[in-house]
Write a protein that binds this ligand. Structure first.
Ligand SMILES: *Cc1c(COP(=O)(O)O)cnc(C)c1O
Length: 497
């Protein structure tokens, strides 16, 4: 039986390519996203998967998508990624709080869920480079509004054959996020503050990618640019694993019967995490409803209700910044599958989005959306939920996860659906101490170290090592520049003329 998986662009202009090529490339040449030709079914039964630990399960899921990696290669990627970097043997523990199950995806090196994918991406990429005979050093260029930058730095630091440059907006990240980045170790890392906002940093990086002369000079010196952002298939697939793992732990703990359905709620921004849950469902995981939780930037809520995606609206800054997004890039993959892999149709919708800022899907496509429920939480509801959960259960949520908790309850209320609910918990409260403490009506304007002590006092959860490591870590990156000086910083880092 031929089990080779190939990848095509959602817009039809690129492919087929092998899995390792799709990972190396990131984005397809026509601007589309790579999607597998089909969604594979699990090869193991649920009961077999219940006996596996996180790494074994990761292999049994990922081998179905990354078919041109040998068993040895893929297992080496998995063991390299999911090791003591995570502060628990389980990698992603479950917490039962009231009737719900919180899947804690924040036990990695940067205490947010992006570690789940960014700890393995460097291994997948460098293995892909070897497989494809790429003789150049990979240079990752990333603009960050906070979480992605540190997770990518931590994943790529000291990985042979790679370098990574991260740009962050000087006044646009929290003190903890800034310290996490400027104390990053690793001779192959470089962090630069941009005198501007996140958009300046982001457009600056896009300009670097589009600069043909820079690309040519870099190639002559033995470098090739790549990106670690969330549209890479090498970030999406590893996220499928933890939904399957959570299900098997619920079965093992006797909370559910093998084969019975669960619901899943995901706090959503770029639509990557919830798309991974949808893929898990497509592979055979008994998921009934996928609850897509948004903050006040509720483009997706409106989309699920009306079939109309409209980004022409005011951008709201919330306490869940990683979900402050008006264009959810990974939705393009869902659209492609909804219209039965009609790449022409998908390309047309994406063109409408970029030209008019909105698009409307067909009634046919809308029907398939019924496995999703879209809802949003206001800032008041988020603060209230953090407070209520701490008071009732002694469990402290951070704002992104609280958005999910609010929308999960709303769904249960309107539907009367009592199926067990799994909630993706995407960050540690220690990542957002000021928002959490002010929701708990504690003093939140003190020095950041005092905030950590206070949070420890109220949550009874130990301050994670990722935070205590920052207390006396030396500042290793002091560079800053204007957006127009970014090219010069790349040239300097790579030793180009
Ligand atoms: C990135 C992020 C999200 C959103 O995830 P998507 O895959 O972009 O939908 C939610 N919460 C936290 C803490 C994040 O860092």
């Amino acid at each position: 039986m031929d089990k080779e998986m190939l990848y095509y662009s959602t817009r039809g202009g690129h492919g087929p390519v092998k899995p390792s090529e799709a990972i190396l490339q990131g984005l397809a040449n026509d601007g589309g996203l790579f999607v597998p030709t089909h969604i594979p079914a699990f090869e193991n039964t649920i009961d077999e998967m219940c006996k596996m630990d996180y790494r074994e399960l990761a292999y049994s899921v990922m081998k179905l998508y990354f078919t041109d990696y040998t068993e040895e290669e893929l297992k080496a990627c998995i063991t390299g990624a999911y090791d003591e970097k995570f502060d628990t043997e389980e990698i992603v523990p479950l917490a039962k709080v009231g009737e719900d199950y919180f899947l804690e995806l924040f036990h990695g090196p940067t205490i947010a869920f992006k570690d789940m994918a960014l700890s393995i991406l460097p291994y997948l990429m460098t293995t892909a480079a070897k497989k494809n005979g790429l003789d150049k050093e990979i240079v990752i260029l990333t603009a960050t509004s906070g979480d992605t930058g540190k997770a990518a730095l931590s994943g790529f630091a000291d990985v042979p054959g790679t370098r990574i440059m991260v740009y962050f907006p000087e006044d646009g990240v929290s003190e903890v996020q800034r310290l996490q980045m400027v104390t990053q170790k690793g001779a192959n890392t470089r962090v630069t503050a941009i005198k501007g906002n996140f958009d300046d940093a982001q457009s600056g990086v896009k300009r670097l990618f589009a600069d043909a002369k820079l690309k040519e000079d870099a190639a002559d010196a033995g470098f090739v640019f790549s990106s670690a952002n969330s549209i890479n298939i090498g970030r999406l697939i590893p996220q499928v694993v933890y939904y399957v793992y959570a299900y098997t732990r619920l079965v093992e703990a006797g909370e559910i019967e093998s084969g019975s359905e669960i619901n899943v709620t995901v706090p959503t921004g770029n639509f990557g995490n919830i798309l991974a849950a949808w893929l898990a469902k497509g592979m055979g995981l008994p998921i009934k409803k996928l609850v897509c939780a948004s903050n006040e930037n509720k483009v997706l809520t409106d989309f699920f209700r009306s079939g109309n995606y409209d980004r022409k609206r005011e951008f709201v800054l919330t306490t869940s910044p990683s979900m402050d997004i008006l264009i959810s890039s990974n939705l393009e993959r869902l659209l492609y599958w909804l219209c039965e892999k009609d790449a022409v149709k998908t390309a047309e919708l994406m063109r409408e989005l970029s030209e008019n800022g909105s698009y409307q899907i067909t009634d046919e496509m809308r029907k398939s959306l019924s496995e999703f429920y879209g809802g949003f939480a206001t800032e008041r509801e988020v603060a209230f939920a953090i407070n209520a959960c701490a008071n009732t259960y002694g469990y402290v949520l951070e704002p992104h996860t609280a958005v999910a908790a609010v929308v999960s309850s709303k769904y249960q209320e309107v539907s009367g659906d009592e199926t067990p609910m799994l909630i993706a918990s995407t960050a540690s409260p220690y990542k957002f101490p000021a928002s959490v403490l002010s929701a708990l009506r504690e003093k939140a304007d003190a020095d950041w170290k005092e905030l950590m002590d206070k949070l420890h006092e109220v949550s009874k959860v130990n301050v994670p090592k990722a935070v205590t490591d920052l207390y006396d870590a030396p500042i290793l990156h002091t560079g800053n520049c204007l957006p127009e000086e970014m090219e010069a910083t790349v040239r300097a880092f790579l030793g180009l003329q």
